[in-house]
Design a protein around this ligand. Structure first.
Ligand SMILES: Cc1ncc(COP(=O)(O)O)c(C=O)c1O
Length: 441
C-alpha cells in the first residue's frame, strides 16, 4: 500500500457533488479513503479499515489485484479504445465466449455496457424489442418488485421499488406494476433462504389478470435483493415466478448485479437456485470494479429472435460508446482468471456457513430485530431510533470509526466482504459490528 497523505493534504471538498451522499454532513466530517489492498482500505489519516462491503458489493476478488492491473496496462499499451458500433476488437468476443461458458443453461450471448443501471435499461429495451420483432408488440408493460433496486436510470427506478429513489422523479416509465416484496416478519432470523413466502410470486397471476399477458413484456427481480438490506428469496419463490412467466410468455429478467460472480457461493444466482432467467443483468464483480463495466446476458432464443431482417440491417438500435471497452474487457478477463484459479465461487460457498454462524451470533444485541444471510453476505435490521435511517447511519459511521466499512439502507446494515476473506477477518468484521451495535444503542 502506498504511503498515505494526512489531513493537511486534504483537497477543497466543495465542488464535487457526491452521489447518494449527505454532502453537507460528509464535507463537515469527511471519510476519505486513499489506498486499498486485499481486504483493507487505508484512510487519509492512516487508519486501516476492513472492507465488509466489497466497496459497493463489487470488489469480489479483493483490492489491488496485480493480475488485473497488468492486464489493463498491457491493453492500454496495445490499444486504448476501439469504436463499439460496426467495429470490434478480439477481447470483446473472447470475453463473451468465456462468459457464455460460465453461464448456466442457454444464456449464451452477452451485450456489454458500463454499469448496472445501463445493464437494466438495456435489458428492458431488449425485452421490448424482442417481443416486437416476434409479432407481439403489445407486450410493453414491465413488472418489478417492491424494495427492488435496479440502478438509477429512468427504466431502473421505474421497475425499482425504493420510494426515495422514485418519489423525486416524476412519472417515470408508464405501464409498470410491482410485485410485493418478500421481507416477512414471520421469517425473522432465518438462516439462508427463508421458509415462508413462495406464494408471494402468485401476485404475478393477479397482475396478469388485470392487464392480460399479451400486454406484459417482462418481470424483473433481484434473485436476492441487495440494496434494501439483503433479502434472500423464500424457498420456492423464484421457481414459482419462472413457472408463471413461462405459462404466460413473459420474459424473466434476473438482476444479478450483486448476486453475480460468486456472491452466493455459485457463479450466479441462476446457477445456485437452478432457475434460468431469459435475461440477466450484471456489473460490479464482472471487472472487480477496476474499470466500469456492465452487461446483459441473454438466452439463445432471445438473441436469435432479434436476428431478423436483411443481414446488413442493425438488429438492435441500442449501444454505448464504451460498450465492451478494451480496458474493461481486459480487466474482466483477468478477473475471470482469478475467480477460476483461486476458486473464489467455491471459496464463497465454503465460507458461508462460518459467515452465517458469525452474523447470527449478533442476535440478542440491543435493537437487533432481524438478521439474514445467504452466501457471503448478510443484512441486519436495527430498530429505528427516530426518522428512518438515523440508527442505520449511526451504525455506518460508528463502524467506520472502529475500522469497518459496511453498507447502510434505512435502519438496516448490509455486509458483503470480498470472497478472498479469511476466517480471522470474518471474526474481525463480526467483532466490530457487535461493538458498533452496542456503542450506538
Ligand atoms: C441489483 C442492482 N442493480 C443495478 C444496480 C446499479 O448498478 P450501478 O450503480 O453500476 O449503475 C445495482 C447497484 O447497486 C444493484 O445492486
Amino acid at each position: 500500500m502506498n504511503d498515505v497523505s494526512d489531513r493537511k493534504n486534504r483537497p477543497d471538498l466543495d465542488a464535487y457533488w457526491m452521489p447518494f451522499t449527505a454532502n453537507r454532513q460528509f464535507k463537515a466530517d469527511p471519510r476519505l479513503l486513499v489506498a486499498a489492498k486485499g481486504m483493507y482500505y487505508r484512510t487519509e489519516d492512516g487508519r486501516e479499515v476492513i472492507d465488509g462491503a466489497s466497496g459497493l458489493w463489487c470488489v469480489n476478488a479483493g483490492h489491488g489485484r496485480e493480475e488485473i492491473k497488468a492486464a489493463i496496462l498491457k491493453q492500454l499499451d496495445e490499444m486504448d479504445y476501439a469504436p463499439s458500433f460496426q467495429m470490434g476488437h478480439p477481447k470483446a468476443f473472447e470475453l463473451a465466449a468465456r462468459h457464455a461458458a460460465l453461464l448456466p443453461g442457454d444464456l449464451n450471448h452477452a451485450f456489454y455496457c458500463n454499469s448496472g443501471s445501463e445493464a437494466v435499461d438495456s435489458a428492458l429495451k431488449i425485452a421490448l424489442a424482442y417481443h416486437r420483432a416476434n409479432g407481439q408488440g403489445t407486450r410493453t408493460r414491465f413488472i418489478g418488485r417492491e424494495r427492488g433496486y435496479h440502478g438509477v436510470g429512468f427504466g431502473g427506478i421505474s421497475v425499482g421499488g425504493m420510494v426515495n429513489n422514485r418519489k423525486w422523479f416524476g412519472a417515470m416509465l408508464p405501464g409498470v406494476d410491482h410485485l410485493p416484496h418478500t421481507h416477512l416478519a414471520s421469517n425473522a432470523f432465518s438462516k439462508g433462504q427463508p421458509e415462508h413466502g413462495a406464494e408471494l410470486a402468485d401476485a404475478l397471476e393477479g397482475i396478469v389478470g388485470l392487464h392480460d399477458a399479451s400486454n406484459i413484456a417482462a418481470v424483473i427481480v433481484e434473485p436476492c435483493a441487495g440494496s434494501t438490506g439483503y433479502l434472500p428469496p423464500p424457498k420456492g419463490y423464484l421457481q414459482r415466478l419462472r413457472q408463471i412467466c413461462d405459462k404466460h410468455g413473459i420474459l424473466l429478467i434476473f438482476d444479478e448485479v450483486i448476486t453475480g460472480f460468486g456472491r452466493l457461493g455459485a457463479s450466479f444466482a441462476a446457477e445456485k437456485f437452478g432457475v434460468i432467467p431469459d435475461l440477466m443483468t450484471v456489473a460490479k464483480g464482472i471487472s472487480n470494479a477496476t474499470v466500469p463495466m456492465g452487461g446483459v446476458f441473454v438466452r439463445k432464443p432471445v438473441y436469435e429472435g432479434l436476428m431478423q431482417g436483411p443481414e446488413s440491417a442493425l438488429e438492435l438500435f441500442h449501444g454505448y460508446t464504451y460498450s465492451a471497452h478494451p480496458l474493461a474487457c481486459a480487466a474482466a478477463s483477468a478477473v475471470l482468471d482469478i475467480y477460476r484459479d483461486e476458486q473464489l465461487f467455491e471459496r464463497s460457498a465454503e465460507l458461508s456457513p462460518y459467515w452465517e454462524q458469525g452474523i447470527h451470533s449478533l442476535k440478542g444485541l440491543p435493537n437487533v430485530v432481524d438478521i439474514r444471510n445467504l452466501g457471503l453476505a448478510g443484512g441486519i435490521d436495527l430498530a429505528p431510533s427516530g426518522p428512518v435511517g438515523t440508527r442505520g447511519f449511526a451504525a455506518f459511521t460508528k463502524a467506520f470509526e472502529l475500522g469497518l466499512m459496511i453498507r447502510q439502507s434505512g435502519d438496516a446494515i448490509a455486509m458483503s466482504p470480498p470472497l478472498v476473506i479469511e476466517k480471522a477477518q470474518i471474526d474481525e468484521i463480526i467483532d466490530i459490528t457487535g461493538r458498533t451495535i452496542k456503542a450506538i444503542a
